[in-house]
Write a protein that binds this ligand. Structure first.
Ligand code: SF4
Length: 379
Protein backbone atom coordinates (compact mmCIF):
# COMPACT_ATOMS: atom_id res chain seq x y z
CA UNK A 1 0.00 0.00 0.00
CA UNK A 2 1.43 3.41 -1.00
CA UNK A 3 0.43 6.88 0.01
CA UNK A 4 1.39 10.36 1.04
CA UNK A 5 1.86 11.43 4.65
CA UNK A 6 -1.75 12.70 4.74
CA UNK A 7 -3.00 9.36 3.35
CA UNK A 8 -1.19 7.46 6.09
CA UNK A 9 -2.45 9.84 8.75
CA UNK A 10 -6.02 9.31 7.56
CA UNK A 11 -5.55 5.52 7.62
CA UNK A 12 -4.12 5.73 11.15
CA UNK A 13 -7.03 7.87 12.35
CA UNK A 14 -9.47 5.37 10.83
CA UNK A 15 -8.02 2.49 12.83
CA UNK A 16 -10.36 1.33 15.63
CA UNK A 17 -7.86 2.21 18.37
CA UNK A 18 -8.96 1.83 21.96
CA UNK A 19 -6.10 1.81 24.46
CA UNK A 20 -2.78 3.67 24.23
CA UNK A 21 0.06 2.32 22.05
CA UNK A 22 3.68 3.31 22.56
CA UNK A 23 5.90 3.13 19.47
CA UNK A 24 9.65 3.41 19.99
CA UNK A 25 12.17 4.48 17.35
CA UNK A 26 15.88 3.69 17.63
CA UNK A 27 17.34 6.17 15.21
CA UNK A 28 18.29 9.81 15.70
CA UNK A 29 17.34 10.48 12.06
CA UNK A 30 13.86 9.09 12.71
CA UNK A 31 13.49 11.20 15.82
CA UNK A 32 14.58 14.31 13.92
CA UNK A 33 11.97 13.71 11.20
CA UNK A 34 9.24 12.95 13.74
CA UNK A 35 9.99 16.10 15.73
CA UNK A 36 10.63 18.48 12.84
CA UNK A 37 7.51 17.37 10.95
CA UNK A 38 5.37 17.59 14.11
CA UNK A 39 4.18 13.99 13.72
CA UNK A 40 3.47 13.54 17.43
CA UNK A 41 0.79 16.20 17.51
CA UNK A 42 -0.66 14.94 14.20
CA UNK A 43 -1.22 11.42 15.52
CA UNK A 44 -4.19 10.40 17.68
CA UNK A 45 -3.56 11.25 21.32
CA UNK A 46 -3.40 7.59 22.33
CA UNK A 47 -0.42 6.91 20.04
CA UNK A 48 2.92 7.85 21.63
CA UNK A 49 6.13 8.07 19.61
CA UNK A 50 9.05 7.47 21.94
CA UNK A 51 12.68 8.28 21.10
CA UNK A 52 14.90 5.37 22.09
CA UNK A 53 18.60 4.39 21.91
CA UNK A 54 19.35 6.09 18.58
CA UNK A 55 22.31 8.32 19.35
CA UNK A 56 25.82 6.78 19.38
CA UNK A 57 27.43 9.91 20.76
CA UNK A 58 24.99 9.95 23.69
CA UNK A 59 25.96 6.46 24.81
CA UNK A 60 29.68 6.70 24.03
CA UNK A 61 31.33 5.54 27.27
CA UNK A 62 32.91 8.21 29.36
CA UNK A 63 36.01 6.01 29.70
CA UNK A 64 36.68 6.36 25.97
CA UNK A 65 36.20 10.14 25.96
CA UNK A 66 38.56 10.38 28.93
CA UNK A 67 41.15 8.25 27.11
CA UNK A 68 40.82 10.48 24.04
CA UNK A 69 41.26 13.66 26.12
CA UNK A 70 44.30 12.27 27.93
CA UNK A 71 46.01 11.12 24.74
CA UNK A 72 45.28 14.41 22.96
CA UNK A 73 46.73 16.38 25.89
CA UNK A 74 49.72 14.21 26.69
CA UNK A 75 50.90 12.59 23.45
CA UNK A 76 52.16 14.19 20.27
CA UNK A 77 49.09 13.26 18.23
CA UNK A 78 46.54 14.87 15.97
CA UNK A 79 43.19 13.66 17.28
CA UNK A 80 40.39 13.58 14.72
CA UNK A 81 36.77 12.79 15.48
CA UNK A 82 33.27 13.43 14.23
CA UNK A 83 32.27 16.98 15.20
CA UNK A 84 29.54 15.99 17.68
CA UNK A 85 32.10 14.34 19.97
CA UNK A 86 34.00 17.57 20.65
CA UNK A 87 31.44 19.04 23.04
CA UNK A 88 30.33 15.89 24.88
CA UNK A 89 30.92 16.57 28.58
CA UNK A 90 32.34 14.04 31.02
CA UNK A 91 32.23 14.09 34.80
CA UNK A 92 35.07 15.71 36.68
CA UNK A 93 36.02 18.56 39.01
CA UNK A 94 34.91 21.98 37.72
CA UNK A 95 38.37 23.21 36.78
CA UNK A 96 39.44 19.98 35.09
CA UNK A 97 39.25 19.46 31.35
CA UNK A 98 35.89 17.80 30.72
CA UNK A 99 35.51 17.70 26.94
CA UNK A 100 37.61 17.40 23.83
CA UNK A 101 36.70 20.99 23.03
CA UNK A 102 38.23 22.10 26.32
CA UNK A 103 41.31 19.99 25.56
CA UNK A 104 41.53 21.72 22.18
CA UNK A 105 41.35 25.11 23.91
CA UNK A 106 44.14 23.95 26.22
CA UNK A 107 46.41 23.36 23.22
CA UNK A 108 45.67 19.80 22.08
CA UNK A 109 45.65 19.32 18.30
CA UNK A 110 42.07 18.15 17.83
CA UNK A 111 40.30 18.41 14.49
CA UNK A 112 36.69 17.63 13.54
CA UNK A 113 36.17 15.40 10.52
CA UNK A 114 33.15 14.33 8.50
CA UNK A 115 34.25 10.88 7.29
CA UNK A 116 36.97 8.22 7.71
CA UNK A 117 38.49 9.45 4.45
CA UNK A 118 39.21 12.79 6.14
CA UNK A 119 41.20 10.89 8.79
CA UNK A 120 43.20 9.14 6.05
CA UNK A 121 43.86 12.45 4.28
CA UNK A 122 45.09 14.12 7.49
CA UNK A 123 47.38 11.15 8.21
CA UNK A 124 48.79 11.24 4.67
CA UNK A 125 49.69 14.93 4.78
CA UNK A 126 51.19 14.56 8.28
CA UNK A 127 53.41 11.46 7.83
CA UNK A 128 55.64 12.36 10.77
CA UNK A 129 52.84 12.58 13.28
CA UNK A 130 50.50 10.01 14.76
CA UNK A 131 46.86 10.66 13.84
CA UNK A 132 44.36 9.22 16.30
CA UNK A 133 40.85 8.70 14.93
CA UNK A 134 38.38 8.58 17.83
CA UNK A 135 35.51 6.78 16.12
CA UNK A 136 32.08 6.43 17.72
CA UNK A 137 29.03 5.31 15.78
CA UNK A 138 26.45 2.65 15.05
CA UNK A 139 26.59 0.10 12.24
CA UNK A 140 26.15 2.60 9.40
CA UNK A 141 29.10 4.69 10.56
CA UNK A 142 31.19 1.67 11.47
CA UNK A 143 30.98 -0.05 8.06
CA UNK A 144 32.92 2.77 6.29
CA UNK A 145 35.51 2.69 9.10
CA UNK A 146 35.93 -1.05 8.52
CA UNK A 147 36.25 -0.42 4.77
CA UNK A 148 38.92 2.20 5.43
CA UNK A 149 40.87 -0.28 7.59
CA UNK A 150 40.48 -3.10 5.06
CA UNK A 151 41.85 -0.83 2.32
CA UNK A 152 45.07 -0.38 4.31
CA UNK A 153 45.26 2.81 6.34
CA UNK A 154 48.42 4.97 6.52
CA UNK A 155 50.97 3.59 9.03
CA UNK A 156 50.60 6.65 11.26
CA UNK A 157 46.79 6.31 11.62
CA UNK A 158 45.48 4.76 14.84
CA UNK A 159 41.83 4.16 15.67
CA UNK A 160 40.19 4.42 19.08
CA UNK A 161 37.05 2.49 18.22
CA UNK A 162 33.90 3.12 20.24
CA UNK A 163 31.35 1.61 17.86
CA UNK A 164 28.10 -0.07 18.84
CA UNK A 165 25.33 -2.26 17.44
CA UNK A 166 21.76 -1.07 17.88
CA UNK A 167 19.75 -4.30 18.18
CA UNK A 168 21.33 -5.44 21.49
CA UNK A 169 20.06 -2.26 23.21
CA UNK A 170 16.53 -3.08 22.05
CA UNK A 171 17.03 -6.69 23.21
CA UNK A 172 18.07 -5.35 26.62
CA UNK A 173 14.89 -3.26 26.82
CA UNK A 174 12.73 -6.18 25.78
CA UNK A 175 14.28 -8.40 28.42
CA UNK A 176 13.59 -5.81 31.12
CA UNK A 177 10.15 -5.70 32.67
CA UNK A 178 8.22 -3.80 31.53
CA UNK A 179 10.01 -2.91 28.26
CA UNK A 180 8.21 0.47 28.03
CA UNK A 181 6.96 0.20 24.45
CA UNK A 182 4.36 -1.80 22.53
CA UNK A 183 5.74 -1.50 18.99
CA UNK A 184 9.04 -0.71 17.30
CA UNK A 185 10.10 1.34 14.29
CA UNK A 186 13.43 -0.19 13.28
CA UNK A 187 16.23 1.95 11.81
CA UNK A 188 16.28 2.06 8.02
CA UNK A 189 19.96 2.78 7.49
CA UNK A 190 21.09 0.09 9.93
CA UNK A 191 18.79 -2.39 8.18
CA UNK A 192 20.25 -1.34 4.83
CA UNK A 193 23.68 -2.49 6.01
CA UNK A 194 22.90 -5.37 8.36
CA UNK A 195 19.65 -6.60 6.79
CA UNK A 196 16.09 -6.16 8.08
CA UNK A 197 16.16 -9.76 9.37
CA UNK A 198 18.30 -8.58 12.28
CA UNK A 199 15.09 -7.15 13.77
CA UNK A 200 13.00 -10.30 13.35
CA UNK A 201 13.64 -11.30 16.97
CA UNK A 202 11.44 -8.42 18.13
CA UNK A 203 8.13 -9.77 16.75
CA UNK A 204 9.07 -13.46 16.70
CA UNK A 205 10.54 -13.76 20.19
CA UNK A 206 8.80 -10.90 22.00
CA UNK A 207 5.51 -10.48 20.13
CA UNK A 208 6.20 -6.79 19.48
CA UNK A 209 4.96 -5.35 16.13
CA UNK A 210 7.92 -4.06 14.12
CA UNK A 211 8.41 -2.09 10.90
CA UNK A 212 11.56 -0.78 9.23
CA UNK A 213 11.15 2.86 8.18
CA UNK A 214 12.93 5.44 6.09
CA UNK A 215 13.35 9.05 7.09
CA UNK A 216 10.51 10.87 5.36
CA UNK A 217 7.26 11.58 7.21
CA UNK A 218 5.32 9.31 4.81
CA UNK A 219 7.67 6.38 5.48
CA UNK A 220 7.53 6.92 9.24
CA UNK A 221 3.74 7.16 9.14
CA UNK A 222 3.53 4.05 6.94
CA UNK A 223 5.60 2.21 9.56
CA UNK A 224 3.42 3.62 12.34
CA UNK A 225 0.30 2.43 10.52
CA UNK A 226 1.87 -1.00 10.02
CA UNK A 227 2.73 -1.53 13.68
CA UNK A 228 -0.64 -0.17 14.84
CA UNK A 229 -2.42 -2.53 12.47
CA UNK A 230 -0.26 -5.43 13.68
CA UNK A 231 -1.05 -4.44 17.27
CA UNK A 232 -4.79 -4.34 16.62
CA UNK A 233 -4.83 -7.60 14.66
CA UNK A 234 -2.71 -9.40 17.26
CA UNK A 235 -0.34 -10.56 14.49
CA UNK A 236 3.10 -9.11 15.15
CA UNK A 237 5.51 -9.44 12.27
CA UNK A 238 8.48 -7.65 10.69
CA UNK A 239 7.32 -5.26 7.96
CA UNK A 240 9.73 -3.47 5.62
CA UNK A 241 8.30 0.00 4.93
CA UNK A 242 11.53 1.16 3.26
CA UNK A 243 11.78 -1.41 0.45
CA UNK A 244 13.37 0.94 -2.08
CA UNK A 245 16.52 1.01 0.04
CA UNK A 246 16.37 -1.89 2.51
CA UNK A 247 16.87 -5.21 0.74
CA UNK A 248 16.62 -8.72 2.21
CA UNK A 249 19.99 -9.72 3.62
CA UNK A 250 21.27 -6.14 3.68
CA UNK A 251 24.62 -5.15 2.22
CA UNK A 252 26.54 -8.44 2.17
CA UNK A 253 29.80 -6.79 1.12
CA UNK A 254 29.67 -4.28 3.99
CA UNK A 255 28.88 -7.09 6.45
CA UNK A 256 31.84 -9.09 5.15
CA UNK A 257 34.20 -6.13 5.61
CA UNK A 258 32.86 -5.56 9.13
CA UNK A 259 33.44 -9.22 9.99
CA UNK A 260 36.92 -9.18 8.46
CA UNK A 261 38.14 -6.15 10.38
CA UNK A 262 36.12 -6.25 13.59
CA UNK A 263 34.77 -8.63 16.16
CA UNK A 264 31.68 -8.22 18.35
CA UNK A 265 32.22 -7.81 22.09
CA UNK A 266 30.25 -7.02 25.25
CA UNK A 267 30.53 -3.25 25.58
CA UNK A 268 29.64 -0.42 27.96
CA UNK A 269 26.97 2.14 27.10
CA UNK A 270 27.18 5.39 29.03
CA UNK A 271 24.65 5.57 31.83
CA UNK A 272 23.40 2.08 31.05
CA UNK A 273 26.28 -0.33 31.66
CA UNK A 274 27.57 -3.34 29.77
CA UNK A 275 25.26 -4.65 27.02
CA UNK A 276 26.16 -8.14 25.75
CA UNK A 277 27.38 -8.39 22.14
CA UNK A 278 26.80 -4.69 21.54
CA UNK A 279 30.26 -3.36 20.62
CA UNK A 280 32.75 -3.63 17.79
CA UNK A 281 36.48 -4.10 18.46
CA UNK A 282 39.36 -4.26 15.96
CA UNK A 283 40.64 -7.77 15.34
CA UNK A 284 44.20 -8.55 16.41
CA UNK A 285 45.38 -8.35 12.78
CA UNK A 286 44.86 -4.58 13.04
CA UNK A 287 46.64 -4.24 16.40
CA UNK A 288 49.25 -1.91 14.91
CA UNK A 289 46.40 0.54 14.20
CA UNK A 290 44.47 -0.09 17.42
CA UNK A 291 44.90 2.78 19.88
CA UNK A 292 43.78 0.53 22.75
CA UNK A 293 46.78 -1.70 22.07
CA UNK A 294 49.32 0.96 21.09
CA UNK A 295 48.59 3.17 24.12
CA UNK A 296 47.91 0.18 26.42
CA UNK A 297 44.58 1.71 27.42
CA UNK A 298 43.05 0.32 30.57
CA UNK A 299 39.64 1.34 31.90
CA UNK A 300 40.50 0.15 35.42
CA UNK A 301 41.49 2.95 37.74
CA UNK A 302 39.20 5.57 36.26
CA UNK A 303 37.33 7.43 38.97
CA UNK A 304 34.11 6.12 40.47
CA UNK A 305 31.89 8.59 38.56
CA UNK A 306 33.04 7.15 35.25
CA UNK A 307 30.13 5.80 33.26
CA UNK A 308 27.52 7.90 34.97
CA UNK A 309 25.64 10.73 33.36
CA UNK A 310 26.30 14.16 34.90
CA UNK A 311 24.40 14.85 38.17
CA UNK A 312 20.73 15.59 37.49
CA UNK A 313 20.96 14.55 33.83
CA UNK A 314 18.25 12.11 32.72
CA UNK A 315 20.01 11.10 29.49
CA UNK A 316 20.11 7.42 30.45
CA UNK A 317 16.32 7.40 30.93
CA UNK A 318 15.84 9.36 27.69
CA UNK A 319 18.08 6.97 25.74
CA UNK A 320 16.15 4.00 27.10
CA UNK A 321 12.80 5.61 26.24
CA UNK A 322 11.80 5.82 29.89
CA UNK A 323 11.48 9.61 29.88
CA UNK A 324 10.87 12.30 27.31
CA UNK A 325 13.65 14.89 27.03
CA UNK A 326 11.50 17.65 28.54
CA UNK A 327 10.84 15.50 31.59
CA UNK A 328 14.43 16.15 32.66
CA UNK A 329 14.47 18.82 35.32
CA UNK A 330 17.47 20.48 33.62
CA UNK A 331 15.97 20.60 30.10
CA UNK A 332 15.92 24.14 28.76
CA UNK A 333 16.96 25.52 32.13
CA UNK A 334 20.49 24.58 33.08
CA UNK A 335 20.89 22.46 29.93
CA UNK A 336 20.62 23.95 26.44
CA UNK A 337 22.56 23.36 23.20
CA UNK A 338 24.70 26.39 24.08
CA UNK A 339 25.54 25.01 27.50
CA UNK A 340 24.88 21.26 27.37
CA UNK A 341 25.08 19.25 30.56
CA UNK A 342 24.44 15.81 29.09
CA UNK A 343 25.39 14.22 25.76
CA UNK A 344 21.77 14.09 24.53
CA UNK A 345 21.81 17.90 24.26
CA UNK A 346 25.07 17.88 22.25
CA UNK A 347 24.62 15.54 19.33
CA UNK A 348 22.45 16.20 16.30
CA UNK A 349 21.11 12.71 16.96
CA UNK A 350 20.45 13.32 20.66
CA UNK A 351 16.78 13.46 21.58
CA UNK A 352 17.17 16.50 23.87
CA UNK A 353 18.95 18.49 21.16
CA UNK A 354 16.36 17.45 18.55
CA UNK A 355 13.43 18.38 20.78
CA UNK A 356 15.00 21.73 21.60
CA UNK A 357 15.72 22.44 17.93
CA UNK A 358 12.14 21.56 17.02
CA UNK A 359 10.82 24.11 19.48
CA UNK A 360 9.83 22.00 22.48
CA UNK A 361 10.64 24.39 25.28
CA UNK A 362 8.53 23.49 28.29
CA UNK A 363 9.17 21.21 31.19
CA UNK A 364 6.83 18.23 31.12
CA UNK A 365 5.16 16.46 33.99
CA UNK A 366 6.52 13.29 35.53
CA UNK A 367 6.37 10.27 33.23
CA UNK A 368 5.39 7.69 35.80
CA UNK A 369 6.44 4.07 35.74
CA UNK A 370 4.89 3.25 32.37
CA UNK A 371 7.07 5.72 30.51
CA UNK A 372 6.04 8.53 28.20
CA UNK A 373 2.62 8.94 26.62
CA UNK A 374 1.65 11.24 23.80
CA UNK A 375 -0.27 13.53 26.12
CA UNK A 376 2.87 15.35 27.13
CA UNK A 377 4.40 15.72 23.69
CA UNK A 378 4.82 19.31 22.77
CA UNK A 379 5.85 19.36 19.14
FE1 SF4 B 1 20.76 15.36 30.03
FE2 SF4 B 1 20.37 17.90 29.32
FE3 SF4 B 1 18.86 16.03 28.26
FE4 SF4 B 1 18.59 16.67 30.83
S1 SF4 B 1 18.14 17.98 29.11
S2 SF4 B 1 18.63 14.61 29.93
S3 SF4 B 1 20.71 17.18 31.38
S4 SF4 B 1 21.07 16.26 28.01
Amino acid sequence: MNGSASDWLRRIRDLPMSGPVRIMNVCGGHERSVSMAGLRSALPSNVALIPGPGCPVCICPEEDIRHAINIALNENVILVTFGDMLRVPINGPKKSIRSLQQAQAAGADIRPIASPLDAVAIAEINPNRTVLFFAAGFETTTAPIAAMMAAGPPKNLLVLLSARLTWPAVALLLESAPPGFDALIAPGHVATVMGPEQWDFVPSQHGIPTAVAGFSPDSLLAASYSVLWQHLSGKPTLDNCYPTVVQPGGNIRAQHVLETVMTVIDAPWRGIGIIPSSGFALRSEWASHDARVQFALDDAGQDEDTGRMPPGCACAEVVLGRAYPNECILYGRACTPRRPIGPCMVSDEGACRIWWASGTMGLAHSSGKDGPTNERSAD
